[in-house]
Write a protein that binds this ligand. Sequence first.
Ligand code: ADP
Ligand code: ZN
Length: 217
Amino acid sequence: MNKPFRIAMLGKQGAGKGTQCSRISDQFSIPHISTGDMLRQAVKVGTEFGLKAAEFMERGDLVPDDVIIGTVVERLTQDDAVDRGYLLDGFPRTLAQAKALDSAIEGALKLVVNLDVATDIVLERLSSRRVCEGCGRTYSTTNPPTNGWVCDTCGGEVVQRADDTPDAISRRLAIYDELTSPLIDWYSEKGLLVTVEGSGDLDIVTSKIVEAINSVA
Ligand code: ADP
Ligand code: ZN
């Protein structure tokens, strides 16, 4: 792939996009741009963008396209993203977002990784997931931090996300099927898609993604 690296990760909620994106971002020094993290930060700080997004997020609904697209495109035109590229986690998530990205940035994506995990596995992962409020590191009820619910990395509080409740989880997965999964065919037809089976060992999944990146590098 001609540098900069321009990659997007697709996958259901709980497929492990966040975890794999942090690893890849460290390994290749590419900015990891997670729209979920950007939105949660905006909600926490209470910006206008955050205020608009909060009610949608809590229900498990998508934030409207016009709210998210401008913010992402603005982020992608910052120096680090222009120099190094980006690893998009959680964007695009609708056909409208994919089209907007395409028209805002020429050759916006060189590779789309579809991290594929069966629904029964993601359901189990999401209901046991716990997340650090400070740095976003993910834990689970079966893989908790060393000392209580205090993050091993940053000392932040480790909590259950407001949208990891059974109602919001089923809503998010239904929206994924309806609005996001069509992107798999869309990018496949453009010849950009590589599907990686995401249910196995974390290191093996990472190495398959690295292989996909190297194959287009
Ligand atoms: P998940 O994929 O596990 O639902 P994320 O952290 O990626 O979690 O996103 C959390 C929430 O942020 C989503 O449920 C949605 O409300 C909002 N969000 C994130 N990315 C987008 C996007 N590209 N378009 C619209 N809403 C988004
Ligand atoms: Zn932390």
